[in-house]
Write a protein that binds this ligand. Structure first.
Ligand SMILES: Cc1ncc(COP(=O)(O)O)c(C=O)c1O
Length: 400
């Protein structure tokens, strides 16, 4: 009898976490390493949120809570959806989990049966296909390449839908490309979805607050209210409020789905950390004043990185609308040999030689389903980004 389960054999560990770990190991061994792999803001959780968490501890808010969130936080989430997205949810339509990740996972576990298909635009966040596989469903990646700025077209969505399609996962702004759908781009997709009433929409709005220039964030149930009854609108405090370690994610959706997700959570983790829930309550109800300066900072970094990467030989870097990632194409580097003698056969070989020879850690594109590319997370200082991009430029210049 095999000790490890068949379920485990279906999935692989997160490659983004693997890159971060490898970079940390090299750093610990004394190498000069710049990690551009991690998907988290580089600043501390704002002070008002930290104060609220400390007060919660001192007030004894350290016990079990209702499985899918304290009533005050659900109320704050309802207010957030109304205020920022024009969506009306009642508290029984809200669930709170241990990070955005658990929310998506609960939804898939609660709904996927063998044979159910889940459409995932690629490049995708690394966890989507594996979570679908863990839940027993079939991921259906659909490549939206650089020619459409990494955005899925209506025709592509239409062609991917079958009678077995259960979910369409939508992520804007996107990890790993930063691509954000405008209202008219999203409407083209919601028009398709209206014609297929058996397809549910899982909208992962994690990067809602990280958008640049005049880009206006929109979410499917807001753009097309007729999809409200089959849309799960997912979000969390991790990225906007620099709260990745606190582990709070949430969603609004039809009450029967929310209840089913709570059942999955009740038999796995139970409630998300009580103290974190009070911190999230302050994040949503407290001042939002720091969001704009954070956005401005990220926009400057994006502009710097896009400019410098486009100056690297063989690299083409589109300018994304949001998040804190860029996803340059490196077709012009493939088939060459690095100054250190590494054959650049694919984007994994590129990332590995780049780390070895220059100390810059990026995640190779194959991990996100579209190659040859790599992902840069620019959630670090401009000085560090400049140094990293110069090293990438030198590395590319040395390819023969
Ligand atoms: C697109 C996307 N969705 C969800 C998550 C999960 O966020 P959390 O840390 O709250 O679980 C991430 C984190 O990297 C993400 O990039």
């Amino acid at each position: 009898m095999a000790f490890l389960s068949d379920t485990l054999a279906r999935v692989k560990p997160s490659p983004t976490i693997a890159v971060t770990t490898k970079a940390a190991e090299l750093k610990a061994a004394g190498r000069d390493i710049i990690g551009l792999g991690a998907g988290e803001p580089d600043f501390d959780t704002p002070e008002n949120i930290r104060i609220a968490a400390k007060a919660a501890i001192d007030a004894g808010k350290t016990r079990y809570t209702p499985v899918d969130g304290i009533p005050e936080l659900k109320k704050a989430i309802c207010a957030k959806f109304l205020r920022e997205n024009g969506l009306t949810y009642q508290p029984n339509q809200i669930t709170v989990g241990t990070g955005g990740k658990q929310i998506l996972y609960n939804a898939l576990m609660a709904t996927c049966n063998p044979g159910d298909e889940v459409i995932i635009p690629a490049p995708y966040w690394v966890s989507y296909p594996d979570m679908v596989l863990l839940a027993g469903g079939t991921p259906v990646p659909v490549v939206a390449g650089i020619e459409t700025q990494f955005k899925l077209t209506a025709a592509q969505l239409e062609a991917a839908i079958t009678p077995k399609t259960k979910w369409f996962i939508f992520n804007s702004p996107s990890n790993p490309t930063g691509a954000g759908y405008t209202e008219s781009e999203l409407r083209a997709l919601t028009d398709v979805l209206l014609r297929h009433p058996h397809v549910w929409i899982m909208s992962d709005d994690m990067y809602e607050h990280l958008v640049f220039d005049d880009f206006k964030f929109v979410t499917p149930a807001q753009v097309e209210p007729r999809l409200y009854d089959r849309t799960l609108t997912c979000n969390g405090t991790s990225k906007a409020y620099a709260m990745t370690g606190w582990r709070i994610g949430y969603a609004g959706g039809p009450a029967h789905l929310i209840k089913a997700m709570g059942t999955i959570q009740s038999q796995s983790t139970s409630n998300p950390c009580s103290v974190s829930q009070y911190a999230a309550l302050e994040a949503l109800n407290g001042t939002q004043d720091y969001l704009a300066p954070h956005r401005a900072l990220f926009q400057r970094r994006r502009d710097l990185v896009v400019k410098m990467l486009n100056e690297a030989k063989g690299v083409t870097c589109p300018k994304p609308e949001g998040a804190f990632y860029v996803y340059p194409d490196i077709s012009g580097c493939i088939g060459k040999t690095s100054a250190g003698g590494a054959k650049i056969t694919d984007d994994e070989a590129f990332a590995s030689a780049l780390l070895e020879e220059t100390g810059v850690a990026v995640v190779f594109g194959a991990a996100f389903g579209v190659s040859p590319n790599f992902r840069v997370s620019y959630a670090t200082s401009e000085a560090v980004l400049e140094d990293a991009c110069r090293r990438i430029q030198d590395f590319c210049a040395g390819l023969k």
